[in-house]
Design a protein around this ligand. Structure first.
Ligand SMILES: NC(=O)c1ccc[n+]([C@@H]2O[C@H](COP(=O)([O-])OP(=O)(O)OC[C@H]3O[C@@H](n4cnc5c(N)ncnc54)[C@H](OP(=O)(O)O)[C@@H]3O)[C@@H](O)[C@H]2O)c1
Length: 262
């Protein structure tokens, strides 16, 4: 990239930015010049990311809160406006859905999955939209490959992701009217803490080592490799940068070739 400060002067909210994909996106947007508003439940984890950004010369503030709470997304948007006076970029990334046998999953598990990833994103989008509209901003949803390709062990996540994809398309249409860029990335398997602990739990149960289990995933899914959080961050930074403004309503599969359908 010729100018590595493509986001100078932009204010960006990234949800779920204390760990994993969200953390990598926040660090990358800060590196590209954006001022970051970090969000997750655990203040101590947010403080570490905030310190990392500041020690690299960037600007950031943290807003701790549970985005499943109906009032939390609007409070996050308000906190961004109070701190920096505007919102240019929103990355809806926070999400955690329970996997497992469909018949063992409860109503509470389903409601919980939708409460964070879909409703958290819906509410933050609604609260931030007037700012995004005024600033000709950019909204990016981090969704997941399971939305296009559902699976029996991932009934909640697949359904939530499908709903988030539909929501992205609808908002992209409204965004054309309002001058807001709206897109989504569907990551495949990405080596975050959650992914690593899932693999560690599986190997503890069935034997074998973690590296062999990862190689087995690569073989079974027929993918080039498992992704790194920085793979998603690189694409996210490109999408929200000024050079991608023609991209609208795109649901981009970033999954090493996992999605085989069109
Ligand atoms: N990793 C993958 O393989 C993969 C694949 C496809 C899609 N995705 C999607 O990518 C997104 C990020 O995944 P990840 O693997 O990076 O997750 P992760 O490492 O588990 O991090 C999740 C982030 O969300 C925050 N969070 C969790 N529950 C929250 C709540 N109720 N309110 C506010 N923040 C909350 C977490 O911090 P606290 O716990 O402190 O709140 C953390 O910052 C998710 O939407 C996930 O579905 C991931």
């Amino acid at each position: 990239m010729a100018n590595n400060k493509t986001l100078e002067g932009k204010i960006a909210i990234v949800t779920g930015s204390s760990k994993g994909i969200g953390r990598a996106i926040a660090l990358r947007l800060a590196q590209d010049g954006a001022t970051l508003v970090l969000s997750a439940r655990t203040a101590a984890d947010l403080a570490k990311v905030e310190a990392e950004i500041k020690s690299a010369g960037g600007k950031a503030t943290s807003v701790a809160g549970d985005l499943r709470e109906p009032a939390a997304p609007a409070a996050l948007a308000n906190a961004a406006i109070v701190a920096y006076g505007a919102i240019d970029i929103v990355v809806n990334n926070a999400g955690a859905t329970k996997r497992g046998d469909f018949f063992a999953l409860t109503d509470a598990d389903w409601i919980d999955g939708f409460a964070l990833k879909l409703l958290g994103a819906v509410r933050l989008t609604r609260a931030a939209w007037p700012q995004l509209k005024a600033r000709r901003g950019s909204l990016l949803n981090i969704i997941g490959a399971g939305g296009r390709t559902p699976g029996p062990e991932f009934t909640i996540g697949g359904s939530v992701n499908g709903a988030c994809q539909s929501f992205t398309k609808a908002m992209a249409d409204i965004g054309i009217r309002d001058g807001v860029q709206v897109n989504a990335i569907n990551p495949g398997r990405v080596k975050t803490e959650r992914f690593q602990s899932m693999i560690a739990a599986e190997t503890a149960q069935h034997g074998g080592d973690v590296n062999a289990a990862i190689q087995e995933i690569v073989r079974k899914l027929n993918i080039v490799r498992v992704g790194e959080p920085e793979d998603v961050a690189n694409l996210a930074a490109f999408i929200v940068s000024p050079q991608s403004r023609y991209l609208q309503g795109a649901l981009i599969d970033l999954d090493g070739g996992q999605t085989k359908t069109i």
